[in-house]
Design a protein around this ligand. Structure first.
Ligand code: HEM
Length: 457
């Protein structure tokens, strides 16, 4: 071994030692949460976290309880799983500012860099669109689009024949297309919506890997091509659409053409990645729990007898609205969609057997909504958090609930829908997507459907 090599090895060793000493120096002080640095110097738990964040956090929660700090790639991350402390965190927007992290993800996933972005003014703009008068308008367009898709020739063809499909792809496909047409589309862009959906799903499947920088070389190339293709597909839109108003807003804020173009994909993902998967969990739990399905169907039938609902206008009447309201209380809130281990939905001290579907979980004995949930004897404000909380709470939540209810109501009343195999169970959760939108299933639930003979369409 020559002298240069010996010196190189010595220097490398000294560097590693210095790195180890500086990054391992931190120790737990009094009044601080348990500190778990992991065995590997500097990296700590980074590899385990990256491999399966869901499993890792579940293991840490078992080991340390509701609050703990872990070391991941040199960073010390404190994890808070106690919902009664959420307000302290949410209200401290100065020390806990997520905007830098959000910008880093925007750049990494969507290749979008908009340094002048003003989050507060964008939030104001979004609230005008998705609350109040704007919401009523969008809900109307969404309703028309859901109806149009469910009564389109592709559904109506061969009225008597059963069609087979995975429930996840059925829900995602139809709700995505309806949502896309509502916010980005134009009349007669049905075919384009199918193309955008297909490309979007491919991109969405790579998204968690893009964010975690774990793409293989060919996947990286693919992700870049898909991004480019989606930018192109989204670059045309009718003058009157939500999409064009958003572009106008960005222009006024000083964003150049390219930034405006790229921002469309970010908005497509934010507005369309959750509703379809949510509808899947909802319908899947109903199909695999006949008791819950018959409770929902008897409610629908009692409020809106199918025999009477034979004209399109009847859909928009008061009875339908009543029925949708009832659906929302009785069952939209009932199943717990699978969420991450840090969410209150998965805490067994708050919800007994959280992994099990219990359709009346959020109902009192008298049928009204149950809102009192406790942890360690304290009544909780945050006992479910599907929309996030605080100043970043989902601005589209009312639009989402309305669209999902409309879709589910239409599916249950227009279609005969059943499992291909009556004994099939819900597929497990795909935990690799954890942290990026509503969790999706690992696999699918095969269903078959056809138009009901007494369908109102
Ligand atoms: C079941 C459906 C949906 C779920 C579960 C959901 C969930 C969420 C969550 C958890 C956040 C908060 C992220 C954070 O804390 O930073 C969020 C943000 C957001 N959501 Fe939703 N969302 C859904 C549907 C929608 C729809 C349909 C739209 C619009 C059409 C929408 C628009 C937005 C926007 C614009 C934000 C960013 C808000 C901000 O940063 O101020 N979401 N969503």
């Amino acid at each position: 071994m020559d002298i240069v090599m010996i010196w190189t090895i010595l220097l490398l060793f000294a560097g590693l030692l210095a790195l180890y000493l500086t990054t391992s120096a931190r120790s737990r002080s009094k009044n601080e949460p348990p500190l778990d640095k992991g065995r590997i110097p500097w990296l700590g738990h980074a590899l385990e976290f990256r491999k399966d964040p869901f499993k890792f956090l579940t293991r840490m929660k078992k080991k340390h309880g509701d609050i703990f700090t872990v070391r991941c790639a040199g960073l010390y991350v404190t994890v808070l799983l106690d919902p009664s402390s959420y307000d302290d965190v949410l209200l401290d927007t100065v020390s806990l500012d997520f905007s830098r992290y959000a910008q880093m993800l925007m750049q990494r996933i969507f290749s979008l860099n908009f340094p002048g972005r003003n989050a507060a003014s964008e939030r104001d703009w979004m609230e005008k669109q998705f609350l109040g008068h704007g919401l009523a308008q969008l809900n109307g367009v969404m309703r028309e689009n859901v109806h149009a898709l469910l009564s389109s020739p592709e559904m109506l063809q061969n009225q008597t024949d059963w069609k087979e499909e995975g429930l996840f792809s059925f829900c995602y496909r139809l709700l995505f297309r309806a949502g896309y047409l509502t916010l980005f589309g134009k009349e007669n862009s049905g075919e384009l919506s199918t193309t955008v959906y297909k490309e979007f799903r491919k991109f969405d499947n790579l998204l968690a890997k893009i964010a975690r920088l774990s793409l293989k070389r060919d996947e990286k190339k693919r992700a870049g091509e898909l991004r480019q293709r989606l930018w192109d597909l989204l670059s045309v839109g009718p003058a009157e659409s939500w999409q064009q108003s958003y572009r106008g807003y960005l222009r006024d804020e000083g964003a150049d053409e390219e930034t405006q173009r790229r921002a469309m994909l970010l908005q497509l993902w934010t507005t369309q990645c959750n509703a379809g998967p949510a509808a899947f969990w909802f319908l899947g739990f109903l199909l695999t729990n006949p008791e819950a399905m018959s409770a929902v169907m008897s409610e629908i039938n009692s409020l809106s007898p199918l025999a009477e609902t034979n004209s399109a206008s009847h859909w928009r009447n008061r009875r339908t609205r009543l029925c949708l309201t009832a659906l929302s209380v009785r069952c939209y809130a009932s199943p717990l969609p699978p969420t991450s281990p840090e969410s209150p939905e998965m805490d067994p001290e708050i919800h007994q057997e959280p992994e099990k579907f219990k359709y009346d979980r959020f109902l009192k004995a008298d049928g009204t909504a149950k809102t009192d949930f406790f942890k360690c004897g304290r009544r909780l404000k945050y006992y479910t958090m599907p929309w996030g909380a605080g100043k970043n709470i989902c601005v589209g939540r009312h639009f989402a609930v309305s669209g999902i209810k409309e879709f589910i109501f239409m599916v249950l009343t227009c279609l005969d829908l059943e499992l291909c195999d009556p004994d099939s169970a819900m597929p497990p959760v795909n935990t690799s997507r954890y942290g990026f939108g509503m969790l999706q299933p690992d696999g699918d639930l095969e269903i078959r459907y056809r138009l009901k003979r007494s369908s109102p369409t």
